[in-house]
Design a protein around this ligand. Structure first.
Ligand SMILES: NC(=O)c1ccc[n+]([C@@H]2O[C@H](COP(=O)([O-])OP(=O)(O)OC[C@H]3O[C@@H](n4cnc5c(N)ncnc54)[C@H](OP(=O)(O)O)[C@@H]3O)[C@@H](O)[C@H]2O)c1
Length: 305
């Protein structure tokens, strides 16, 4: 099977290269990144994919700097939407399969439940924590309503892929960490110079190890189960819970303060609740994801080696 990776030096791209390496000769992998294949250039995409006679394209290229996207709007849409379109058009011509990686930010980020009016909450943080517990993780067929440029541009990418090629797997993931700059590394770095940290406690999602996502994608491309999937580690937590677990595993003593989104304003609006249910993977018997805690232990262990 001839597979082409775009954005292959990013977190997911590196994890996929590692997985394919373990699997040996079954897959011939052509790794590209911005310098060898700019996905926003249709001619380049057509030339490369045709020349390489690819059977599968895994699009790991994206504009992932969520806050920067708010001002770098043109580039966000060019990379996240037009880039996906270019790959879809050429994959359709070649009869190749396309994996388009997408995001939990396509959802509104509101809590997925009805407000329980008669419970008196101590404060807004306690109320949001309670509402998260009562929420149902988003399934693939739930309505989308992105709240940021990153989210809208990724959604446009999804829609273009759906309308322009047949053999697609759209895989929405979230809170990704692997080789590269990520939340885990940021926390550990901050702990070197701080004895106390304030972490957002009212945004909930699924921390996902890039290795686990890579395994799920490798399984999917060997099927003809086309469609839209959620692919995240199992379980929901807040950024505060995530940080707490990182320091627990690493046995680092540090004081953590739980703060609200209002106390940690950023240029792009963040979802309160974007936990995903891997419903379609489960239906197809392909949900290989571990709990986020197990995956995190594995990741931290691999970082120590
Ligand atoms: N990271 C997360 O928390 C997260 C959450 C949900 C979904 N996702 C999705 O998961 C996928 C993988 O994310 P990631 O964290 O692995 O991303 P990443 O580490 O930011 O890697 C993205 C890669 O794409 C490359 N790239 C940018 N513009 C390109 C272009 N025009 N042509 C070709 N390559 C280009 C980047 O190269 P340069 O570095 O040279 O720009 C980089 O190597 C993306 O679709 C992302 O939207 C990520």
């Amino acid at each position: 099977m001839r597979i082409l990776l775009t954005g292959s030096n990013g977190q997911l791209g590196l994890a996929l290269k590692e997985e394919f390496k373990k699997l040996g000769n079954v897959f011939e992998v052509i790794s590209t990144d911005y310098d060898t294949l700019d996905i926003t250039n249709l001619e380049q995409v057509e030339e490369k994919l045709t020349h390489e006679q690819v059977e599968v394209v895994i699009n790991c290229a994206a504009h992932t700097a969520v806050d920067k996207c708010e001002e770098d709007i043109e580039n966000a849409y060019k990379i996240n939407a037009i880039g996906a379109r270019n790959l879809a058009v050429v994959c359709e011509k070649l009869g190749a399969k396309l994996v388009q990686v997408s995001t939990d930010y396509v959802f509104s980020g509101e809590f997925n439940n009805v407000m329980v009016e008669d419970i008196a909450y101590e404060d807004v943080l306690s109320e949001r924590i309670e509402r998260a517990k009562l929420s149902r993780p988003w399934r693939e067929d739930d309505g989308v309503a992105p709240q940021s440029i990153y989210g809208t541009s990724k959604l446009m990418g999804e829609e273009l892929v759906r309308s322009l090629c047949h053999k697609y797997f759209i895989v929405r993931t979230a809170w990704l960490y692997g080789e590269g700059n990520n939340f885990v590394r940021t926390m550990l770095k901050l702990a070197e110079t701080n004895t106390e940290l304030s972490i957002v406690g009212d945004q909930f999602g699924n921390p996902t190890y890039a290795k686990d996502l890579a395994i799920a994608i490798v399984n999917l491309i060997q099927t003809e189960y086309y469609g839209t999937y959620h692919g995240t580690c199992e379980g929901t937590c807040s950024w505060y819970d995530f940080a707490k677990k990182i320091f627990e595993i690493k046995e680092i003593e540090i004081k953590l303060n739980k703060v609200t989104s209002e106390q940690f304003v950023r240029p792009a609006k963040r979802p309160f609740y974007s936990s995903l249910d891997n419903f379609m993977l489960k239906l197809n018997g392909l949900n290989t994801f571990r709990t986020w805690e197990e995956a995190l232990e594995d990741y931290l262990d691999s970082e120590d080696r």
